[in-house]
Design a protein around this ligand. Structure first.
Ligand code: PNS
Length: 161
């Protein structure tokens, strides 16, 4: 069983994330989408909400499951017999930090990082930008699943009060 992890904060999941997860699911026997639940970072959606949305977004992939983790990613990998971390690379600007994390992670545990180039149609896509555009009333349909768009609209309206 060759198991990989797709880690991230997924606040919220985008079509770019789903593209990477779907391609990882073709490369490995099993993929665990691991949602970082670091409580010190403020998020628009709670860990439970992010896990729920990802579970729904990934329900078409039979060898993908979703889990949450706190603490080190390498500890999660060791505890779950994960052999590889899969990360999407959107642009060269992603590479510096991703390389640093990959090398740190491989110094902490015997774990390989596999970089998957983001599909060109998603190369500009980031959860933070989706939130910003939606906050100012921009159209983000087509960038996130419809049910995520609805949850985002509702949450932003709640925040506006
Ligand atoms: O979507 P993000 O914010 O880029 O996800 C970052 C994440 C959660 C993958 C990364 O911050 C992480 O691995 N956090 C767990 C803590 C850890 O292992 N830190 C050392 C990284 S070298």
């Amino acid at each position: 069983m060759r198991r990989a992890v797709c880690p991230g904060s997924f606040d919220p999941v985008t079509n770019g994330h789903i593209d990477i997860v779907s391609r990882a699911s073709l490369l490995f026997d099993e993929v665990v989408v691991a949602v970082g639940v670091n409580k010190s970072k403020s998020r628009l959606f709670s860990a439970e909400e992010r896990i729920e949305m990802l579970t729904r977004a990934c329900e078409g992939f039979p060898n993908v499951r979703v889990d949450g983790f706190s603490g080190l990613l390498t500890t999660f990998c060791q505890d779950n017999d994960v052999i590889a971390i899969v990360k999407g690379l959107r642009a060269v600007s992603d590479f510096d930090y991703e390389l640093q994390m990959a090398q740190m992670n491989s110094s902490l545990a015997e774990i390989e990082t596999v970089f998957v180039p983001t599909s060109p149609e998603y190369s500009f896509l980031a959860s933070s930008l989706v939130k910003e555009v939606a906050m100012f009333g921009g159209d983000v349909s087509g960038l996130i699943p419809d049910f995520v768009n609805e949850a985002l609209t509702t949450r932003l309206a709640e925040q506006r009060g």
